[in-house]
Design a protein around this ligand. Sequence first.
Ligand SMILES: Cc1cc2nc3c(=O)[nH]c(=O)nc-3n(C[C@H](O)[C@H](O)[C@H](O)COP(=O)(O)OP(=O)(O)OC[C@H]3O[C@@H](n4cnc5c(N)ncnc54)[C@H](O)[C@@H]3O)c2cc1C
Ligand SMILES: NC(=O)c1ccc[n+]([C@@H]2O[C@H](COP(=O)([O-])OP(=O)(O)OC[C@H]3O[C@@H](n4cnc5c(N)ncnc54)[C@H](OP(=O)(O)O)[C@@H]3O)[C@@H](O)[C@H]2O)c1
Length: 235
Amino acid sequence: MPTRRIVDAWMETHNVRTIRFDFRDDPIDFKAGQFIVCKDEFRGYKRPVQRAYSIASTPWQRDFVDITIKRELPGLMSARLTEVPVGYEMEVTGPSGKYLYDVDRGKRVLLLGAGSGITPLYSIANYLLEGGIEGADVMMYYSVRTPADIIYESQWPKMVSDFPNFKFHLTVTRAQPTEWNGRHGRISADWVRETAGEVSDAVSYICGPTAMVGAMEDICRQLGLPEDRINTEKW
Ligand SMILES: Cc1cc2nc3c(=O)[nH]c(=O)nc-3n(C[C@H](O)[C@H](O)[C@H](O)COP(=O)(O)OP(=O)(O)OC[C@H]3O[C@@H](n4cnc5c(N)ncnc54)[C@H](O)[C@@H]3O)c2cc1C
Ligand SMILES: NC(=O)c1ccc[n+]([C@@H]2O[C@H](COP(=O)([O-])OP(=O)(O)OC[C@H]3O[C@@H](n4cnc5c(N)ncnc54)[C@H](OP(=O)(O)O)[C@@H]3O)[C@@H](O)[C@H]2O)c1
C-alpha cells in the first residue's frame, strides 16, 4: 500500500481541518467528486482502520491532494487527521467513487451542499472555474448550522470576485438573528428559483447529511431536473 506524507495542514473552522498529501512521486489522476481512502493503525484495533474522504482539491492539481476533515466526537480517523503534525505518513489509496463530475455531463451545474459535504462540491466548482471551461455556469448553495461552521470561508468571496460565472448562496440554519445578517433556514426550492431562475437544464450534485441529500433530491425534482441529472453520494 502506498504511503503518503502530509506536507501542509490548516484549520478551516474550529473543528474542520484541511490536510495536503504529497503525490509528487506519482501524480494522481482523478475526477472531481471522487474520494481517497486513508488507512492507519490504532491502538486496541487488530486491523488498520480505513475511512473515505472526498478530494477537495481539483484534478488540475496532480502533485498534491487536499482533503478536509470534520472532527467527529468520538471519532477515530477524524480525530487523528485533525491532530497529526505535518510530516506524518499514512496509507492512502484511490481515487475511487462513481460520484464524479465530467464536462460531458453538462456545464451548467447546481451544487447543493451542507456542512462537511461541501468538500466534493468545492472540487467540482474549482475544477470548472479554474479550468476556464467555456460555457461553465456554477450555482452553489451551501447550508451550515452556524456562522462558525462555514468551511472555506475566506475562499468564497475570492471565487465570487474572480469568476463572474460563479454564484454563491450561503444559508445558516441555527443562528440567532443577531448572530447572522445573511439568509436563515434550510435550502428550499423557492430560494433556488428566486435566486437562479430556471434551472431545469442544469446537472445537480448534492452532498451532506443523509436526510439533507434526500430533501435536496426532492427539491431538484420540484425544480424540474430529470433523475439522470441528479447526482448524490449515499452512504
Ligand atoms: C465517500 C465518502 C466521502 C467522505 N468524505 C468526507 C470528507 O470529505 N470530510 C469528512 O469529514 N468526512 C468525510 N466522510 C466521512 C468519513 O469517511 C468518516 O466517516 C468520518 O470522518 C468519521 O470517521 P471516524 O473514524 O472519525 O469516526 P468513527 O470512529 O467511525 O465514528 C463514526 C460516528 O460514530 C460515532 N461513534 C463512534 N464511537 C462511538 C461510541 N462508542 N458511542 C457512540 N457513538 C460513537 C462518532 O461520534 C461518529 O459520529 C466521507 C465518507 C464517505 C463514505
Ligand atoms: N462524498 C461524500 O459522500 C461526503 C463528503 C463529505 C462529507 N460527507 C457527509 O456530509 C455530512 C455533513 O455533516 P455535517 O455534520 O457537517 O452537517 P451538519 O452540520 O449536521 O448540517 C449541515 C446543514 O445541513 C442541514 N440539514 C440537515 N438535514 C437537512 C434536511 N433534511 N434538509 C435540509 N437541510 C438539512 C442542516 O440544517 P439544520 O441545522 O436545520 O439541521 C445544516 O444547515 C456528514 O454525514 C459527512 O460524513 C459526505
